[in-house]
Design a protein around this ligand. Sequence first.
Ligand code: ADP
Length: 390
Amino acid sequence: MSIKLGIIGGGQLAWMMADAANKLGVKLIVQTPSPNDPAVSIAQDSIFAAVDDAAATEILATKCDIITFENEFVNLAALSLLEKQGVYFRPQLAALAPLLDKYEQRCYLRDLGLPVPHFLALSAEQEQEKEIKSQIESLGFPVVVKARRHGYDGQGTFIIADFATLAKIVNQSHSQFLVEEFVPFQRELAIIAARSINGEIVIYPAVETCQENQVCRWVIAPAKITKEQSLEIDAIANKLLNSLQYVGVCGIELFLTAEGKILVNEIAPRTHNSGHFSLDACETSQFEQHLRAVCGLALTNTTLNCASAVMVNLLGYESSHGDYQEQRQQLADIPQATVHWYGKTEARPGRKLGHITVLLEQDNPNAIKDIIHKIESIWYPPDQICENFP
Ligand code: ADP
């Protein structure tokens, strides 16, 4: 009998589970706000409701055996009632609980002894308090201010140069914030790790990521790091996933400083943009690995099937209803390239519309740089091409 898997969220992360679901004989049922959302087209059934609508999740639970997440903006308290009634969530809600609020996540990582930037919590009421001001001063401007919940792709993240700007940001919203030191990182890294129900852990090769305006622009696999750094990152993943008793795939974003120090920036309790290369460049994609983990199957190989791979996000650069056929064709004509187009009906600046992965037979930095430049030149208007090459 095939497993029926409910997914809270029906965006591109759920859409990219389709091939793996077919292969494993898993039926997908999504809870997502709009019939236009990418995963509706590949799901057996859909419930159209916000991801934090727990009454809709109760209906979802009647249609499936297990529920997983492609989006962490859920109402954990309401879902806990369902879990108590016997609904299977994977990862289980206790593993998600310390991760959903950015400040609580930081505290959890720090208490585990993992390396994180210096940080503190801030609310509008506290902003004028002397003690808080001196704590922020001790971080040193600029500081990074992040909404504790519902931030993504840089929404809710601000790099702040002084107290006046900080007060403006904090007072114009009633949110609670995480304030942290600005890390002058040399590079950003990420890994995808998966843990099975039996506690087995597999980890994909670490990648280098580039963010422009806090949105991921491209990813290179594997990252050029030392053996020691690679072991250190794997140890971070093992400690975290075991401590959470996590089941499923999670993304771990990291900073690498000029001194070679690794700091954990953020944990995403789901499949992650930095792992999209695995669809084309690895024996088992992060999406298959996630389905395997949450459905109780054994985890499999995470190795690259090429010397290196480049993934470039195709981000919206205008408001449009176009489908960019011509640019997509030019991108698809690049040797060893695969274009993944999410089928969204509306483009907006910064919106993730698709991505392209190019496989390389050699791990050659110049060839990687040329490919990123070529893709950017085909996709973006000349004034929006990113010059921040590796
Ligand atoms: P989101 O959840 O919106 O992706 P992140 O915390 O991952 O937010 O931040 C997005 C990007 O902002 C990071 O990838 C990094 O480029 C930059 N950033 C975040 N925190 C810091 C920091 N403390 N120091 C320097 N840059 C940061």
